[in-house]
Design a protein around this ligand. Structure first.
Ligand code: KG4
Ligand code: ZN
Length: 339
């Protein structure tokens, strides 16, 4: 019999729920975003995000079950993100998951959001016949809040090799979009605009931080600010040129650092995860580099890079197999560490 887990994700501006079978087969995937309500502010307003979570959650949960064609009685457990993220948003999903688990007599599983992103690589869409990622794996989780380079020797085991010293790559893209007047979130808009621009138009700085697996993107953001002020009058480069050059600086640093570490550590698998892993230029560069270096690369399907409930259900399946259940006292932790 298959093990069906309901995954609930509410750590930021997405309210998401999904039913996944055996940590691999996605039966439903419902994502409702409050994104448009934050547009005019150029970034997420936590109070609006948590209020929208409360508004969206009941319908999202119901739709996830209906889409999957299951009832609560078919489920084995409820997995929920309990951190890191915005505390108000996390609490809404957590209370929803606890109530659901209690009412239906199901075990509850707490999932770290970053572990969830990572497990998006274990989910297979219907026409996807790729093998499961091999271990040990070298994983780069890049999102709006994080850049973590992680060594994963075995299932559920993580060693953080490096992290961002300042801005996360998604944050750097979002801040650039704000400077360029492109609204929030910036990543997808910059990704699209960059396709019409010249990535060589502006030589933005690339902080490779030799000898360290850490990342830094604040210099890049500052450099864009300088560029904008300097060219205010003339404006030599077009917005697509700026977007393409800026995105190129981020993607090349991420790929270079990931594959330099891979050359040193010789993993069986290189893995990308997180919202920024949806970036088409980053995916293309990473695929080309993996081919050149002869390393197998795992990329989540694009729709599972950004926040979703399926990745939480997939990670929850790992904990389910280990009888790693939470009590109803499980707390939300805005800065929950991966390890
Ligand atoms: O993982 P995620 O949904 O939420 C966090 O855990 O932070 O990531 C959101 C981030 C945002 O900064 C967004 O701009 C970025 O991922 N993002 C992208 C793309 N789609 C989303 N960045 C670059 N290219 C994309 N296509
Ligand atoms: Zn995320």
């Amino acid at each position: 019999m298959r093990t069906l887990i309901l995954g609930i994700e509410s750590s930021c501006d997405e309210t998401a729920a999904s039913v996944v079978a055996d940590g691999r087969e996605m039966l439903s995937n419902v994502v409702s975003s409050s994104e448009t309500f934050h547009h005019e502010f150029g970034g997420i307003v936590p109070e609006i995000a948590s209020r929208k979570q409360l508004e969206f959650l009941p319908a999202v949960l119901a739709a996830a079950l209906t889409q999957a064609g299951v009832t609560p009685a078919d489920l084995a457990a409820v997995a929920v993100t309990n951190g890191p993220g915005l505390i108000g948003s996390l609490v809404v999903g957590l209370v929803g998951a606890k109530s659901f688990a209690y009412v239906h007599g199901l075990p509850l599983i707490g999932v770290n959001h970053l572990e969830g992103h990572l497990y998006a690589n274990w989910i297979r869409l219907p026409d996807d016949t790729r093998p499961e990622p091999a271990l040990p794996a070298l994983v780069l989780v890049v999102s709006g809040g994080h850049a973590h380079l992680v060594w994963m020797p075995a299932v559920g085991e993580y060693h953080i090799l490096g992290r961002t010293r300042d801005d996360a790559p998604g944050e750097a893209l979002d801040k650039a979009a704000r400077l360029l007047g492109l609204g929030y979130p910036g990543g997808p808009v910059i990704d699209a605009l960059a396709k019409q621009g010249n990535a060589k138009a502006i030589d933005f700085p690339r902080a490779l931080l030799p000898g360290s697996d850490d990342f830094s993107f604040s210099g890049l953001k500052t450099s864009l600010g300088h560029y904008m002020r300097k060219t205010e009058a003339g404006g030599r480069a077009t917005v697509p040129d700026i977007a393409a050059s800026y995105q190129e600086a981020i993607a090349t640093v991420l790929v270079e650092k990931l594959f330099r570490a891979a050359a040193r550590l010789e993993p069986a698998q290189v893995v990308l995860a997180g919202g920024v892993a949806a970036n088409s230029r980053l995916r293309a560069l990473a695929e080309a580099r993996a081919k050149k270096d002869g390393l197998p690369l795992s990329l989540p399907p694009r729709l599972l890079c950004t926040d979703n409930g399926a990745m939480i259900a997939a990670a929850g399946y790992l904990h389910y197999g280990r009888n790693d259940f939470a009590t109803l006292a499980l707390d939300a932790n805005a800065s929950l560490p991966l390890v």
